[in-house]
Design a protein around this ligand. Structure first.
Ligand code: HEM
Length: 217
């Protein structure tokens, strides 16, 4: 109990919370991507997978856990950001972070806001949208992603997710002290490879659904 209160009340503890929650979300993304790649296999495989997920007895607690992880990751990050701002009322002309500024690190706040907006829109449309028939989640997804406006929106957001992950993964490793000069280049490269692979694999779905398959179910 004392350890938990030390984590929640200290700055390094809060940073570790953000890092650990971020790594858990990377795990969710990996699993979610694997399931979504079944869209390439066809309606039978994807709808069977969706049916298994939706009838999983612990679905509600898992969904509540996931929502808490996303909200906590965002809320503690915002809290740390404002705390750092308060401790440094006069901003530096150039903000320097260990390991140098990258596209990923300097756009972190913007990609974070975009991802949160995306998740809200995404869950409303894909989870609560109207399906062609109750068991046809494939038809719903292909209906949206077959429209070029949704396909372009999804592809752009997936790029932003890659950018966010490219810095987030490395930053989480640093927080846990995995920034030894001997291993840092390998960890950074693994983080970048993960970010690029996740972004490209997710983006391949709307590109295929709209521009290759032409929106046909
Ligand atoms: C092309 C990319 C994606 C596709 C095709 C896709 C597809 C889906 C589908 C079909 C559902 C509804 C599942 C169901 O009702 O059984 C869903 C839910 C969800 N997706 Fe995605 N997704 C994509 C990318 C993402 C990304 C990048 C994120 C996170 C940043 C994400 C986060 C979520 C969340 C949080 C849910 C709600 C899970 C639940 O409450 O059960 N998705 N997605």
């Amino acid at each position: 109990m004392e350890t938990l209160s030390r984590i929640v009340t200290s700055s390094i503890g809060r940073k570790m919370m953000v890092a650990a929650l971020g790594l858990l979300l990377c795990g969710f993304l990996g699993g979610h991507l694997a399931g979504n790649l079944l869209l390439f296999v066809g309606p039978g495989a994807f709808n069977a997978y969706a049916h298994h997920l939706e009838t999983f007895p612990l679905l509600l607690p898992v969904e509540l856990g996931l929502a808490s992880i996303i909200l906590l990751h965002a809320a503690v990050t915002v809290y740390l950001w404002f705390t750092a701002l308060g401790a440094r009322p006069v901003g530096y002309a150039v903000s320097v972070s260990k390991g140098g500024r990258t596209w990923g690190s300097s756009t972190m706040i913007y990609t974070a806001v975009l991802i949160l907006v995306f998740i809200a829109v995404h869950v409303l449309t894909f989870k609560y949208g109207t399906r062609p028939s109750p068991e046809d989640l494939y038809g719903l997804v292909m209906g949206y992603l077959g429209d070029w406006r949704w396909a372009v929106f999804y592809s752009l957001v997936m790029g932003c997710i890659g950018l966010h992950l490219s810095h987030g993964f490395w930053s989480a490793c640093q927080t846990f002290g995995l920034d030894h000069p001997k291993y840092a280049p390998a960890i950074k490269a693994a983080g970048t490879a993960f970010a690029v692979a996740v972004a490209l694999a997710f983006a391949s779905i709307p590109v295929w659904a709209c521009f290759i398959k032409g929106g046909r179910p």
